[in-house]
Design a protein around this ligand. Structure first.
Ligand code: ADP
Ligand code: ADP
Length: 221
């Protein structure tokens, strides 16, 4: 699904200063793997996820996504892959406050110009049921608890039937019950063949994964 060869990522702070966030990453993630990525704060986990999800480009090295060399792909082509094949879940749900839960869930369809009306709303409602929000499809974000908002964001990430799900601290600051709902959905998605990449600082959650990659100081250890 994903292959990185000698990937480096540096951020330029000023003319003289750069931060080397990732060093010489050689890595393969197979289709259907459930990978957790752990490491101390500032070790490069988010940077890694941003590269794999084609949100950012490597400074050096080569990268493949589903067999395609994406190293030098145009922004437009990267956006197309991202919106059609990747589902993102971030720590902050970033829901649109004026849209209901189900309207937020179908947003990826709307944004990619493929909104098909009531069929998508039905599917959006089904996804909300999957994350335990069957009775809250018409609520606005402010009418939902923090954990419920995060679950809406999770349903939204599944709307375009992504092949790979990229999650950055998906359960951060959630209570055990909400965290368990999210992890169970990950487990189900993985059983359906989806590749999952999850950044976490919670060692307990690595039990859900089939493999854990540890990053320290920008290197896979
Ligand atoms: P983690 O997710 O493990 O906390 P990050 O990938 O966010 O780590 O950061 C890795 C390193 O890159 C850190 O030293 C961080 O300060 C630096 N970094 C991350 N994003 C940027 C950026 N946009 N500009 C400059 N430095 C950054
Ligand atoms: P938490 O224990 O996660 O902090 P909350 O106290 O935020 O939970 O929410 C408890 C319940 O009240 C949830 O089912 C949520 O949907 C509902 N709720 C929270 N805020 C509102 C609101 N502004 N309007 C309607 N329902 C709300």
């Amino acid at each position: 699904m994903i292959r990185l060869k000698q990937v480096m990522k540096s951020y330029r702070l000023s003319r003289e200063h750069t931060v080397q966030a990732l060093h010489e990453i050689d890595l393969e993630i197979k289709t259907g793997e459930f990978v957790s990525i752990v490491g101390p704060s500032g070790s490069g986990k988010s940077t890694f996820l941003a590269l794999v999800g084609l949100l950012d480009r490597p400074s050096e090295g080569k990268m493949w996504f589903a067999g395609q060399d994406v190293t030098d792909l145009s922004d437009r082509a990267r956006t197309a892959i991202r919106s059609e094949r990747c589902g993102f879940i971030f720590q902050f749900p970033s829901l649109i406050p004026t849209l209901t839960a189900v309207e937020n869930v179908v947003l990826p369809k709307t944004l990619s110009g493929r909104y098909a009306g009531s069929a998508d709303l039905t599917r959006g409602a089904e996804l909300l049921a999957k994350v335990g929000l069957a009775d809250k499809t018409d609520r606005l974000p402010y009418q939902l608890s923090g954990g419920e908002q995060r679950r809406v964001a999770m349903a939204r990430a599944l709307m375009n039937e992504p092949e790979i799900i990229l999650a950055d601290e998906p359960t951060g600051a959630l209570d055990d019950e909400n965290a368990k709902v999210m992890m169970d959905v990950f487990k189900t998605m993985n059983q359906l063949g989806k590749t999952i990449l999850m950044v976490t600082h919670d060692q307990q959650l690595t039990a859900y994964a089939s493999r854990t990659i540890q990053i320290r100081d920008g290197r896979v250890v």
